[in-house]
Design a protein around this ligand. Structure first.
Ligand code: MTE
Ligand code: MO
Length: 434
């Protein structure tokens, strides 16, 4: 921003149209002018005055990279794991670099992975999906069969119920990637599960209030989960594309279940079987795991919905402020499993006062919403927080409020307000305020 403004003061090198554009930009943005004034430079900038290597030779041909990766200068924007969290990397987790992303869509290449028995490779030709149990006509679909049913596209977030789970007892992990990175947000193409259940002869007009489905994956863990029929017929998708292309292996190629707004564990990857039952199965993944142990030692089960939550991604521990006082863009993301985000408030003083943030675009239901707060930073330390509100009126709770209800025995469903302590030198740290 500063450099572009400076171009205006340097001798003519580029054509008049670029100069005109930059002048226009500078004139229209008061913040931009302020930034220029703060960083006025007198020495000539060789990046402006000298011909650079990239302008004096040729670039790479179009056959060099048939399927591209990000440019090497961005090679720190990657998934990372925390080696002490799990015994090995097979039944493990890595984290989305949310601190370095903007917008709302998570590229598949850096979207977090969670596997219980590793990511398997399953060819489309070898893929089968069975629907059995309490249906008139048990069916087996091939991948090609699935492609012949009417498709829908929807954008949804997937959050592992364990996201932020390490933070119950106190501030633990120094980075938004690690405290909040078990989340991704993709545009899925797929067939509504309702369509396939009807194909198998399920009478969706009848009384299905006591019916469930049990869903399993083709991997060794199978990750079986029970889902009430009401949800199965509502918005669950059998998806085969994400962000326009085939699902990546690690996200369930060739077919995964999409269970909008509900905990990530239910989004079965490498989807292999759907059984219609008249009771839940009470599998490992819904009894000893993915239940919430309260202060008295009793565990809540069936806590499927992910409540409204948000986090500031920049500034944050991995994204310190690298400039002095003046214009500062604070940004983050918010989401709710109950619908659209309608409002995000930001506090700079640890929750004493709040101001409304600007939503990058209107929130989609059960999808990530980007927010911004553009401030004139005075260079002093801040305790920054964000607080999401969703369309049901639910407001993201403080950590203390959540602990009051849930105690400290929980792992899953920690949707508390996060605090970053931003220091005068721009560095940020994961802290708690009460
Ligand atoms: N078949 C199968 N499905 C699975 C899992 C698994 O190990 N096997 N892990 C679950 C968990 S706990 C989560 S949080 C999500 C993670 O999805 P992702 O790897 O695409 O991020 O997948 C779920 N579906
Ligand atoms: Mo998970």
């Amino acid at each position: 921003m500063t450099r572009e403004n400076k171009v205006d003061d340097t001798p003519e090198r580029k054509g008049p149209s670029r100069r005109g554009f930059l002048t226009g930009t500078a004139a229209s943005g008061a913040a931009l002018l302020a930034a220029t004034a703060a960083r006025a430079q007198t020495a000539p900038d060789p990046l402006i005055t000298e011909v650079q290597p990239w302008a004096s030779g040729l670039g790479e041909g179009v056959d060099a990279t048939p399927y591209g990766l990000p440019i090497k200068y961005e090679d720190d924007v990657v998934r990372r794991n925390v080696d002490w969290l799990t015994a090995d990397t097979i039944s493990s987790i890595n984290f989305t670099p949310i601190h370095a992303l903007d917008g709302t869509i998570t590229p598949q290449g850096c979207a977090f992975e969670r596997h219980h028995s590793g990511a398997i490779e399953l060819r489309k030709e070898d893929y089968r999906l069975m629907i059995n149990g309490l249906v008139d006509t048990p069916l087996v679909f091939t991948y090609a069969d699935l492609e012949r049913f009417p498709r829908e596209i929807h954008t949804y977030f997937l959050e592992c119920a364990a996201n932020t789970g390490m933070e119950w007892a106190g501030a633990q992990l120094n980075g938004a990637q690690f405290t909040h990175g078990m989340i991704h947000n993709m545009e899925y193409s797929g067939v509504p599960l309702r369509t396939l259940l009807e194909e198998a002869g399920l009478d969706t007009a009848g009384d299905l209030s006591d019916k469930w489905i049990y869903v399993e994956g083709a991997d060794a863990s199978s990750n079986g989960r029970s889902i009430p029929m009401e949800k199965a017929l509502d918005d669950v998708l059998v998806a085969f594309k994400a962000n326009g292309e085939a699902l990546r292996k690690e996200h369930g190629y060739p077919v995964r279940l999409v269970v909008p707004g509900w905990e990530g564990n239910m989004w079965v990857k490498w989807l292999r079987r759907i059984e219609v039952t008249d009771q839940p199965i009470e599998s490992r993944e819904e009894t000893s795991k993915y239940t919430d142990t309260l202060a008295d030692g009793i565990s809540r089960k069936w806590t499927w919905v992910m409540d409204a939550k948000s986090v500031i991604t920049s500034p944050s521990p991995q994204m310190p402020i690298t400039h002095g006082a003046g214009p500062l863009v604070i940004t983050g993301m918010a989401w709710s499993g109950r619908g659209a985000i309608t409002r995000v408030d930001v506090s700079l003083d640890g929750g004493m006062t709040w101001q409304p943030a600007r939503l990058g675009k209107a929130g989609d239901s059960k999808a990530l919403t980007r927010f911004y707060l553009d401030i004139d930073w005075d260079g002093s330390e801040m305790l920054i927080q964000s607080r999401a509100t969703d369309e049901t009126g639910y407001v993201q709770p403080t950590k203390d409020a959540l602990r009051e209800v849930r105690g400290e025995n929980s792992i899953y469903h920690n949707n508390c307000i996060q605090t970053w302590h931003v220091k005068e030198n721009g560095e940020a740290e994961n802290v708690e305020v009460s």
